[in-house]
Design a protein around this ligand. Structure first.
Ligand code: 5GP
Ligand code: ZN
Length: 112
């Protein structure tokens, strides 16, 4: 855990950011500046800088990020209408918070 990392601080409960889901390995919260009607961030509690820094030991957390995203899409009602999952990787890829996170965006065309 890095005390000067915003997402380490959020994930460890040091801010008032509400979690939509949390377990021992990850937390889910809403993006503060949403780019879609539903815009969630799925964030491992452990500090990993970016996709570039994953090691073979991170297999499990990576799989969990995707499985939890799928469940969050259901919970947010965008599973059927569809959604995007996105990792920005390093500055050129649009990453501004250097703590791994998966964006879940959807809700543009919700089914009635
Ligand atoms: P990146 O560009 O690094 O992939 O995405 C970082 C995301 O974190 C951005 O979409 C930004 O709006 C979001 N963000 C930055 N600071 C905060 C914050 O303090 N709280 C929340 N909930 N989201 C944040
Ligand atoms: Zn961090």
């Amino acid at each position: 855990m890095s005390t000067d990392c915003l997402f380490c601080n959020i994930a460890s409960g040091k801010t008032d950011t509400p979690f939509l889901f949390e377990n021992d390995n990850l937390v889910v919260f809403r993006d503060i500046n949403p780019h879609a009607p539903v815009h969630l961030l799925i964030v491992p509690r452990r500090h990993i800088r970016s996709i570039n820094d994953l090691t073979p030991q991170d297999d499990a957390i990576l799989a969990e990020l995707f499985f939890v995203s799928r469940e969050m899409a259901k919970q947010e009602g965008v599973s059927e209408s569809g959604y995007k999952l996105l990792f920005n990787v390093e500055r050129g890829g649009g990453q501004v918070i250097f703590h791994l996170h998966l964006h879940l965006m959807g809700g543009w065309e919700r089914k009635a």
